[in-house]
Design a protein around this ligand. Sequence first.
Ligand code: ASP
Length: 434
Amino acid sequence: MTAARSNHWWILAGLLLGALLGVTCHHLGETRPELRAGVSWVSDWIAYPVGQVFLRLLFLVVVPLVFAALAGSVARLGQPGTLGRMGLRMGLFFLGTMTFSVAMGLVTMRVMAPGAGFSPELREELMQAFAADAASLGNASAAQAATTPMARANLVLDMFLPRNMLGAITGMQMLPLIVFAVLFGLGVGVQSDERRQRICGALDSVTDAMIAIVGWAMRLAPAAVLCLIFAATSRFGLPLLARLSAYVGVVLGLYLVQLLVLYPALVAMFVRRGPVGFMRACVPIIATAFSTSSSNATLPTSMRVCERDLGIRPSVCSFVLPMGATVNMNGTALFEGCAVLFVAQVFGIDLSLSQQLLVLVLCVLSAVGVAGVPGGSLPLLMIVMAQVGVPPAGIALILGVDRLLDMGRTVINVMGDVVTAAYVERGEAARARA
Ligand code: ASP
């Protein structure tokens, strides 16, 4: 039994205990103000630093891991045929699940309409309370200001091919890193056999060393997950959560449908594996995604679990998971669609069918560009809102509860990548047998 397997249940216990303690402490702080300082002290001096050590260990390995794993995998797969075949299966699955997610979100929001009947007083109160936070999501205005064709082209080019590639990579921008790793891998692929083997061997060693570091970090996981969840939940404004409960309930409900119904169904139908065992093996991935709210920080854990516990071959993990952590965001796409419709409903804006179709397309496209970090989708969400005539400042309505939703959507994002990797693996295994 591997370390990841054996501490499954400890991680889950840490998650539940952290949430329970955090919510209780928040409640105590609200009802007994003399305890508030003590709760903040525990959160700031114990929970936060312990959680950060875990989080930073994971972030530490992301760049070398993505580069070495992806470049090695592309170099080894070598022939454009294999890459194209895997890329096509992966791309279609990504696109299909993201489109389905947004459509499901839009239809449910239309039917349930949690924003209709929202009191104008509460709307003003929230707009004022979170106006500064909304204004600080500066990227959105920069993007909105890009009105000339050249400025727009630069915006897109900067996402994939920034002028300062290394600067972007050290800033943890993943799309440029992926472009660089794929090009490097293709470059290695055209070297002589002997040289290619040598470089691939070196890249494999880097990947394995990073996975070993993740193994050590995962030993910390039960305590760290407890601390991260405690630090987040002890700050949750429960009264705010209650006032936005219709919106939060719909979005969390959709996440649950996705996690407990849609993904297991995809595993049974397309991967042909028992969904219960599959999902159980993913507990460390789910707990890491939930507690860190970051697809990037969860990537090392998913690589480890997919290779060791789900038996997905390294060449598939190394190709699909880094790509997925960067471009495949089912939970984010779903959330963006729900958020746009919610804000529109609160402001009494009725979006036409064509505007809703535009929301669907924009949510899928923007989810591709979202950074896999906490709150990464918020600047792009404001751009989507602006494009369909919903006031971007209206994002202030939902900012106060977004941390909880971010935890949930990151789980859905990452699990979408894992299911896709298992699907691509099935195709490769069938080819290998043929
Ligand atoms: N936190 C999300 C992730 O890392 C991105 C987002 O939707 O804000 O996957």
